[in-house]
Design a protein around this ligand. Structure first.
Ligand code: SF4
Length: 290
């Protein structure tokens, strides 16, 4: 396989074939994101992708899942993207699900009809970086949308196409002063979207990012450990899913939580309270990671 630069994928795609269809991210401006710093976005040429797909078909003929990278590969112009899906399915007929990352820009470009056509080509899950439902916070992080309402509309389009939706949100990204507002607004937007999965990550300030620069200049301060727990509690309190999963068990979290919502919501809130009171141990700093 021809891989270039940083290859990232969701934890749930650990056993999938990873096909790198683009290099970098077409947005590449989020203040906290170090993944593609200095990388010029491009779509990989068809010959390279065909070689990789044929290689994957030869090496993993029984594969059930495939994940397309990089950062927002759904942005690829539709004709080219559809052709790529056709080729993948032709070479790997036993696949049951294809997954992909999407930014707001990518979802804006995809019509409902296009998403339905991709669904027929086994696009089974889209991973969307919501990060926050708070407009001020979205603007500050240069997320590519400044509106929680827009994210609701974009995500509803995915759900209407019958594609599963996984959203990430960030704990701490609004800084100390806006922490609880961000938590509440994000909970409200998550409730309106009602995704299949929510993954909550704790913000880690990566070297070389604009967020690090803001911190150095005193314009951004990450909440402390207690503040992060209170923010997580507020977010879960305001998040009402019909039957999704809320996961705050990524390595960046101090308190790993994985719950079915709404059934286990009260238990999660109780556990956070116990952690705040010191009755439940937190993940040590050296055990945390991006
Ligand atoms: S859209 Fe995703 S990959 Fe692109 S800069 Fe933002 S966080 Fe990074």
């Amino acid at each position: 396989m021809h891989y270039e630069g940083n290859i990232i994928r969701p934890p749930s795609e650990a056993r999938s074939i990873i096909l790198q269809a683009t290099v970098g991210c077409s947005h590449n401006r989020c203040t906290f994101c170090p993944t593609y710093t200095g990388v010029r976005f491009r779509i990989k040429d068809e010959a390279t992708l065909s070689t990789d797909i044929r290689y994957a078909a030869h090496a993993f003929p029984g594969a059930r899942r495939l994940f397309i990278t990089d950062g927002d590969a759904l942005v690829i112009p539709f004709k080219r993207l559809f052709k790529l899906f056709e080729e993948i399915n032709e070479q790997l007929p036993r696949l049951t699900r294809i997954g992909i990352y999407a930014s707001a820009k990518a979802l804006r470009r995809r019509s409902l009809e296009e998403l339905k056509l991709l669904k027929e080509q086994k696009l089974g899950i889209i991973y969307y970086g919501l990060e926050s439902g708070d407009d001020e916070t979205l603007k500050a992080m240069d997320k590519g949308t400044t509106s929680g309402e827009e994210s609701i509309a974009l995500c509803n389009k995915v759900k209407e196409a019958g594609i599963r939706l996984s959203t990430t949100v960030m704990i701490g990204i609004a800084g100390r002063e806006r922490s609880l507002i961000h938590a509440r607004e994000t909970g409200k937007v998550l409730s309106a979207i009602d995704p299949n999965y929510v993954g909550a990550l704790v913000t880690m300030i990566a070297p070389g990012t604009r967020l690090e620069e803001a911190e150095r200049q005193g314009k951004f301060t990450l909440p402390d450990q207690l503040g992060l727990l209170l923010e997580l509690k507020e977010m879960i309190t305001w998040t009402n899913l019909s039957r999704g999963m809320f996961m705050a068990n990524h390595a960046s979290n101090y308190l790993p939580i994985k719950i079915h919502s709404p059934a286990q919501k009260e238990a999660a809130l109780k556990m956070i309270d116990e952690a705040i009171n010191g009755a439940v141990p937190l993940r040590e700093e050296w055990m945390r990671g991006l």
